[in-house]
Design a protein around this ligand. Sequence first.
Ligand code: GLN
Length: 453
Amino acid sequence: ESFNDAVAGAAALNAFIVTTPDHALAAADAADKARADGKDLGPMAGVPIGMKDLFATHGVQTTAASHILEGFTPHYESTVSQKLWDAGAGMLGKLNLDQFAMGSSNETSFFGNVSSPWRKQGSNAAMSPGGSSGGSSSAVAARIAPAATGTDTGGSIRQPAAFAGISGIKPTYGRCSRWGVVAFASSLDQAGPMARSVEDCAIMLGAMAGFDPKDATSLEMDVPDWEAALSSDLKGKKVGIPKEYRMEGTDQAILDSWEQGKAWLKDAGAQIVDISLPHTKYALPAYYIIAPAEASSNLARYDGVRYGLRDLPEGAGLQDMYAATRAEGFGDEVKRRILIGTYVLSAGFYDAYYTQAQKVRTLVARDFENAWNECDVILAPTTPTASFPLGSLDADPLTMYLNDVFAVPASLAGLPAMSVPATMNEDGLPLGLQLVGKPFDEQTVLDAGLAIQ
Ligand code: GLN
């Protein structure tokens, strides 16, 4: 019965593309049986989670929320989802997202917008759950799923977590295998958990992470027991406050929330220090060159031959089929990214745009390396604004891109970064704070998150 209620709730939010109740029930039964038999239970035993529809799931349609993959049913399982099943979790269904994870509002899905369960005080306008992991943030915020997977290329775990008042962590690049995850920008893509609490994120990340020989950029490192080591005692830790994140256009409520976060971390024993990340303002433009460049290359594989959709007009040749399939199958935002990506990689413009953006990426990463001489973790807002009504930024891709301004620097540098719910704005909407850590130091990120939550 509660599953049916949940399905009805999910339908109203459009959080799921497909539901898989049998999968979740089988995991619950397996957990019951293991418990009855006195066997060891996995860390996620019986937990029914949502799976962002960017992870390939054996025998279950995997679309990346794009028409071009509609009907594609993988005959393999992504490493991350397999690890979660091995830990005992079950799947409620495949969660909606921005098409190919491109977007910040969950309005680019072929399967329709996802709505957040939150509303502005005194208004019934449907609000954005953020993106691209908006089905994940919406389902967890609405208490339909206790946790969900997300992926973060330039903020897609952190920004939706902030918009929906939940927690989400993007680990160090390489912690979670990318094998079986539909590729957007391979040098940035990273999976992570989205859940109601920092503790739940720590447990779930432990189940998702680990070396995978099938991913060439997978980290060959042990996975610490983050949950066991969790501590909100921050004595001896220095928290850096980057002055460049005080950007024009940031809501006053967000700046207030940042001040509040500093006070909480101080109460937890941390020392607050001012730091500088001088190249911050160049990170967003560099991201919106590098990510589309890699996307244009990754998306070349959708040609009407290998996966999902095929549009073969009467009497058409191979080229016509490619063109017709891609014209019909890709959404507008995906086409915009492919156009930007092929342009910045073209012979005449490669040095002016792509090479330049890669240099900026190095400078952004060096800013962080220098900052680690002065602090152990960085505190900043996750986003410059709270959630906005669906449809309000529709015709304005640049304003949409600007929503990622605080999220992309950590992505370019491959650093672990988390968003935790902090305060609310004057409309009663949740605001998130972001913690960015040293490479491989998810623990301090989680600990500081725990002190704030
Ligand atoms: N919103 C950003 C973009 O559209 C980030 C997306 C993501 O992290 N997948 O590129």
